[in-house]
Design a protein around this ligand. Structure first.
Ligand SMILES: [Fe+2]
Ligand SMILES: [Fe+2]
Length: 175
């Protein structure tokens, strides 16, 4: 099977902001690995390719934009206005810039996954482009998720303690 776990877009009410953000990162890593398997296994059974492409498409077109909005609209402005140090503020700015780069790569990948979903038996011709773009996506994610997990999220925990409940509530309201 190319897909193994289900996408879970709705967060349980008891989850705090950090748990919700890290949960999104687990799903980003999972669906990026599924996307890599699609690109590396063009001879897999067409039904499995179509199913995997549909799952990746659904995640990247419906769930990821919510996570990006959580970070751009809920986290970024609060951290920017906080007493966080220069390193954290620079990471906060880099987070936004990297979202734009990720969105560019995803804009190229979404139609390719759409095509795999529609015509899984003819993925062969797409495979090189699909693999190149997916590897680029994986590389951007590695840098980006590390930046957030090592600098941005710890800064949120350290400097936005009084706002964590409001942050979580805003994220929940988005879903
Ligand atoms: Fe993130
Ligand atoms: Fe992000």
């Amino acid at each position: 099977m190319l897909t193994q776990i289900q996408s879970r877009t709705a967060a349980a009410p008891e989850e705090d902001a950090l748990t919700m953000l890290v949960g999104c990162h687990q799903r980003i890593r999972h669906f990026t690995q599924v996307a890599l398997r699609i690109a590396r296994m063009p001879d897999a059974p067409p039904a499995e390719l179509a199913e995997a492409a549909e799952a990746v498409l659904r995640y990247y077109s419906a769930a990821l934009p919510l996570h990006e909005a959580d970070e751009n609209e809920t986290l970024y402005p609060r951290l920017r206005a906080s007493a966080a140090d220069a390193t954290a503020l620079a990471a906060n700015d880099a987070m936004l810039q990297q979202h734009a780069e990720l969105d560019d790569v995803l804009a190229a990948l979404l139609p390719l996954w759409q095509e795999v979903k529609r015509n899984p038996a003819t993925i062969g011709g797409l495979a090189p482009r699909l693999l190149q773009q997916t590897l680029q996506l994986e590389q951007l994610w590695q840098v980006h998720l590390n930046l957030e997990e090592e600098i941005v999220f710890p800064a949120m925990q350290q400097h936005l303690g009084a706002e964590l409940d409001a942050i979580a509530a805003e994220m929940r309201a988005r879903r």
